[in-house]
Design a binder for this molecule. Structure first.
Ligand SMILES: *Cc1c(COP(=O)(O)O)cnc(C)c1O
Length: 378
């Protein structure tokens, strides 16, 4: 309960107070003049945070096993802010082929303009591409990766990063620090879409950047946080802190529900393949178990290629699943997709009909009925 000192004497509450500010008044000229040389946890202007922001930063830092955390307005912004802070013209970075698609767009549209080259690697066979490189500024990972949920071996990536002289980074949004702490596996900088599991109610956008490396924290602060105009609202921090109170319980229950759904789906005749490394039947399961502390709640089903699928009709039958982007809230969400140009290294899922499921807190029996109807619609 590190927030009690934030309250006026004689008053207490179990929640964290919301401090709003743009201007932060200074007592004297000298402290105003020297505001830039305070520690990063100090206060100088609202964009750089208020005590509400600091409580959330500290909670995330603790969850990640990091030494410092920065907050920005979305998970995507956490990634782009990190990349912009770290990369210089002439650098090469390596991204997994299954990276969150807007990150690929950022590399193609923005990093290329800044003369930063991007190389893609197969998350299940990183050596194939990475062994051809001599140097890289940043080796990025996302495990399990977007849509197809391949698991990477952090130990192997760490060795590649050492040889390449690269910073090893991870987008840990799928698992959240409740299920995986990449820093414990040799990752130096880790990003979370707090919009997903940690805030947990499908109504908030925020991202975090955490590191245990003091020099890297300085780089992110000086080269990203201080120059790009990014920051978060204290009201959103309050909501994220409220979400964190139940994050572990929600994530574990969603995972248990997801595991039940995976058992039902793995033998369904309408499904060619279930992409869910938390399932004991998955080929990636032993690697998954060595790095994750329980089942996650996001999976993808590859629908049978021997049928045509009428998504208009299928989606209109849904009673519980919501059709939409994102996941990690209390509601189950479903997103059909056909992979196209998002993959350049391993195109084995391109052209197939995929449906991503983010399992929520509903009764698994109700969800099963919904999917039965969804998959049975012709
Ligand atoms: C959703 C997501 C993001 C982006 O988070 P936003 O807060 O929606 O910008 C980044 N990475 C992964 C893996 C995601 O699933």
């Amino acid at each position: 309960m590190n927030n009690q000192s934030l309250y006026p004497k004689g008053f207490r509450s179990l929640s964290v107070p919301t401090f709003r500010a743009s201007t932060i008044p200074f007592d004297d000229y000298a402290s105003y003049r020297d505001r830039g040389s305070q520690p990063r946890s100090g206060y100088s202007y609202g964009l750089a945070g208020t005590p509400t922001t600091r409580v959330l930063q500290d909670r995330i830092t603790e969850l990640e096993g990091a030494s410092e955390t920065f907050l920005v307005g979305s998970g995507l912004s956490a990634i782009t802010t990190t990349f912009l802070a770290i990369c210089r013209a002439g650098d090469c970075i390596a991204l997994p082929d299954n990276v969150y698609p807007p990150v690929r767009r950022f590399a193609t549209e923005t990093l290329s303009r800044l003369a930063v080259e991007t190389v893609y690697y197969d998350p299940e066979d990183p050596a194939d591409q990475l062994d051809r490189l001599e140097r890289a500024r940043l080796l990025w990972s996302e495990s399990p990766g977007s849509m197809t949920h391949e698991v990477v071996d952090f130990k192997a990536l760490r060795r590649h990063a050492d040889r390449l002289g690269a910073i090893l980074g991870a987008d840990n949004s799928w698992a959240s620090p409740i299920l995986c702490r990449p820093i414990e596996h040799g990752v130096e900088i880790v990003v979370e879409a707090l919009s997903k599991h940690l805030s947990g109610h499908s109504d908030l956008l925020m991202g975090s950047i955490s590191t245990s490396n003091e020099k890297l924290a300085g780089t992110v602060y000086e080269g990203g946080m201080r120059t790009l105009g990014v920051g978060v609202s204290p009201d959103d921090c309050f909501l994220a802190l409220r979400g964190l109170e139940t994050a572990s319980l929600r994530i574990r229950q969603c995972g248990a529900n997801a595991l039940k759904m995976s058992e039902y789906l793995s033998s369904h005749e309408a499904i060619d393949e279930l992409l869910y490394p938390a399932a004991p039947s998955s080929a990636a399961h032993s690697l998954y178990r060595s790095q994750f502390r329980g089942p996650g709640s996001v999976m993808t089903i590859v629908l049978s290629g021997s049928r045509t699928w009428d998504f208009d009709a299928m989606v209109s039958s849904l009673q519980n699943f919501v059709l939409g982007a994102s996941w990690g809230g209390t509601h189950s969400i479903l997103a059909p997709s056909i992979l196209g140009t998002e993959r350049t290294v391993n195109r084995s899922y391109c052209g197939k009909t995929l449906v991503r499921l983010g399992i929520g807190l509903e009764d698994p029996g109700d969800l099963k009925m919904d999917l039965e109807q969804f998959l049975g619609t012709r």
